[in-house]
Design a protein around this ligand. Structure first.
Ligand code: THU
Length: 143
């Protein structure tokens, strides 16, 4: 898998560091209704990491996933160049991003790396293109 522009693939320590930051974000999530805490840490091209957890609401449908919260924080902080995102759900269980989050991530980098925990204590590194091959785009299939 290609890494951040000009930096080559992410090294094992970088994967571990990003996942650790996702776990920290998971510890600050707000998920009292489902009890399913998720954290996401997104690495931008600048090397900065933006992290957030899921945010639930008593009006359940207003819930926002960790991945979209992390992307919103990145954009609000002035970056639009995500290169990789680590996602931490329950320990040792892969937590791939939901469909809505895939579309939002693809807006900024359809080829970004998605890093998941696997059951064996390691990582799965997938490209978003693999997880979400054909994002919606204005103009495609429409007028
Ligand atoms: N959730 C995420 O934060 N990310 C995902 O990719 C899937 C689901 C959250 C939403 C909700 O707060 C909880 O997990 C259970 O669905």
């Amino acid at each position: 898998m290609k890494g951040p522009a000009g930096r080559g693939p992410l090294k094992r320590e970088e994967l571990e560091d990003l996942m650790e930051q996702a776990r920290d974000a998971r510890d600050r999530s707000y998920a009292p209704y489902s009890g399913f805490a998720v954290g996401a840490a997104v690495l931008s091209g600048s090397g900065e990491v933006f992290r957030a957890g899921n945010l639930e609401n008593t009006s359940y449908g207003l819930t926002v996933c960790a991945e979209r919260n992390a992307i919103a924080l990145m954009v609000a902080s002035g970056r639009r160049d995500p290169v990789a995102m680590a996602i931490a759900g329950p320990a040792g269980v892969p937590c791939p991003p939901c469909g809505a989050c895939r579309q939002v991530l693809a807006e900024f980098n359809p080829a970004m790396a998605i890093i998941l925990e696997d059951e064996a204590g390691g990582f799965e590194v997938l490209s978003l293109e693999y997880l979400f091959p054909r994002p919606f785009r204005l103009g495609e299939g429409g007028e």
